[in-house]
Unconditional design. Structure first.
Length: 292
């Protein structure tokens, strides 16, 4: 299944983008670090679309495409803001675990907005994998405050809404294959997000704008990796319900735990091991349901 390969490629590229962005926040601020993936990703996506234009017809966005894209772009910016807020609190593990409940939100929103069937098997697989993430997070729930919990839930819900917006835009495009659909929606999305972030920084945070320009080498690397990752996320969204894509992407939690245990020699508790097992079982169940 192409969407499986696309999702795994996207998850790996996103990890690389996060690594490239890791030190930017301290140097250019939160707003600047957030905007890099949009502003410096747009030229790469637009150039790729321009190079492909002589060989394939570029689909023309209609009102539905633009509406869904704007919804996805705006929700993603808001979700990123809530995600960054969670990183400031002491209940980071709790908030991160709650953000990973996004596949459940996606399945429910997709059923309401896009009329995508839920199905007991699909819901069970998503729920099992999500429970695995919560267990493997190692979160100290007894120390959690209401604000981090609210921020985590809001971030997860908004990320879910953004994915639904992107899938809705991809499905609304009138002609062309999944690849050109994904690239077209990506360029539209990055254009909206870049414009929004530039307007904000020009009006309220010019220091962040000058900061990302001064760090242009790192910013370009993060932007290129971000555009590459988003392209493959969108390919996945074009081929299967977004909840399937985000559930499969949860395997990155297992990869991260393996790396931290083997390379960093960090101890993994029994509850975390049980959580990783549930993720693997849930993802395997989802793939079986999708194949059937």
């Amino acid at each position: 299944m192409i969407w499986v390969a696309a999702t795994l490629i996207a998850a790996i590229a996103q990890t690389g983008r996060n690594a490239a962005q890791a030190g930017l926040g301290a140097r250019v601020g939160t707003v600047g670090a957030t905007s890099v993936r949009f502003i410096f990703g747009l030229p790469f996506a637009a150039l790729f679309l321009l190079l492909l234009s002589p060989f394939t017809e570029i689909p023309r966005p209609n009102a539905a495409v633009l509406g869904f894209t704007a919804m996805g772009a705006g929700a993603q910016i808001a979700a990123t803001a809530f995600m960054l807020l969670t990183m400031r609190g002491q209940s980071f593990g709790v908030a991160t675990a709650l953000m990973k409940t996004e596949p459940v939100t996606l399945a429910l929103i997709g059923a309401v907005i896009l009329s995508e069937p839920l199905g007991a098997g699909r819901l069970g697989a998503i729920g099992l994998a999500t429970l695995g993430v919560v267990l493997s997070s190692g979160a100290k729930w007894s120390r959690a405050g209401l604000v981090p919990i609210a921020n985590g839930i809001a971030a997860g819900a908004l990320f879910g809404l953004s994915a639904i917006g992107f899938r809705g835009a991809l499905l609304a495009l009138p002609e062309g294959g999944y690849f050109i659909h994904a690239l077209t929606v990506l360029v539209l999305t990055l254009t909206i997000q870049s414009a929004a972030m530039l307007i904000w920084m020009l009006a309220a945070d010019r220091r962040a704008l000058s900061g990302i320009m001064g760090e242009w080498r790192v910013s370009m690397a993060a932007g290129a990796l971000g555009a590459f990752a988003s392209l493959f996320w969108f390919i996945g969204f074009a081929l299967t319900p977004a909840a399937n894509v985000r559930t499969l992407a949860l395997v990155e939690v297992v990869f991260a735990q393996v790396v931290s245990g083997r390379i960093l020699r960090e101890t993994t508790g029994r509850l975390q091991l049980a959580g990783m097992a549930l993720i693997v079982i849930g993802v395997g169940w989802l793939l079986a349901v999708a194949a059937g």
